[in-house]
Design a binder for this molecule. Structure first.
Ligand code: SAM
Length: 247
């Protein structure tokens, strides 16, 4: 069985580290690890080390670094997801899945029909979920949670570039299938960004904003998916596509 992983930043090259209180509780109360047990440390910026537990009590756990094992488990071509956040626990489902699928950045979208406010407290919860999911899936780089943006701010902040695939998930109108969108990807494609609307969908004005800015509309089949499912389907598609492009 793989050794349990703990987040610790910054991560020194050698020596002993003391886990944060939250990580120590996880190690001692939940996993009930004891002195001598193997553990993995990661710093969220690509760094990873193998270690052994040298001290345990309820609030304090120390780990001796034995060897660095930095491993890159990121997507070969970065992906930003711009998502109108769903409510409650569904945000956690969204973040957990996006972290597992290797998404580079999550930007909460502020939309006219948005149902959840991306408050500072909500963003902090999402960041904690990113760490939890990264521990589970072996990712050493944390998915970045950006400050929330309106569509106008997204369009102002980054010009359309031929090297970036820019998609909007929309079940109606001029949308192409994923098969159709794939023909827009070339060896020059280096990144992708994908926008998902709120439960009530994008408003007509928002649809016009995306269209005028030249984003490509994509449909995900005849069924209406929940926000997080649409986001996960697109991220999974990109994880496979980017993997093939980089071979
Ligand atoms: N009633 C809304 C509408 O009419 O647009 C449905 C919104 S859906 C629950 C939330 C978001 O998920 C949509 O704005 C879209 O971005 C994405 N989505 C859901 N199902 C989709 C599909 N079949 N094709 C493309 N996008 C979809």
């Amino acid at each position: 069985m793989a050794a349990p992983r703990f987040f610790h930043s910054p991560l020194p090259l050698v020596g002993e580290v003391t886990l944060s209180e939250a990580e120590a509780r996880h190690a001692s109360n939940v996993l009930r690890l004891t002195v001598g047990a193997p553990a993995v440390l990661f710093d969220g910026q690509g760094g990873e080390a193998q270690g052994l537990i040298t001290a345990v009590d309820k609030r304090c756990v120390a780990i001796e670094i034995i060897a660095r094992s930095d491993s890159n488990r990121e997507l070969p071509l970065p992906l930003e997801m711009l998502v109108a956040l769903p409510k409650g626990d569904r945000q956690k489902t969204l973040v957990d899945g996006l972290v597992q699928l290797g998404v580079t950045r999550l930007t909460p979208l502020v939309c006219q029909r948005g149902v959840a406010q991306p408050t500072a407290a909500a963003l902090e919860r999402l960041e904690r979920s990113v760490v939890e999911s990264s521990k589970q899936c072996g990712r050493n780089q944390l998915m970045c949670i950006s400050p929330p943006l309106t569509i106008a701010q997204v369009l102002q902040s980054s010009a359309m570039q031929s090297t970036t695939l820019s998609l909007v998930a929309h079940p109606y109108g001029p949308s192409k299938t994923l098969f159709g969108v794939a023909s827009r990807i070339s060896l020059q494609t280096t990144t992708a960004r994908m926008a998902i609307g709120p439960e009530g969908g994008f408003s007509d004005a928002e649809i016009s904003q995306w269209l005028e800015a030249g984003w490509l509309f994509v449909e995900l089949g005849p069924r209406i998916l929940r926000v997080e499912m649409a986001a996960l389907q697109l991220a999974a598609w990109w994880a496979c596509t980017a993997g093939q492009l980089s071979c």
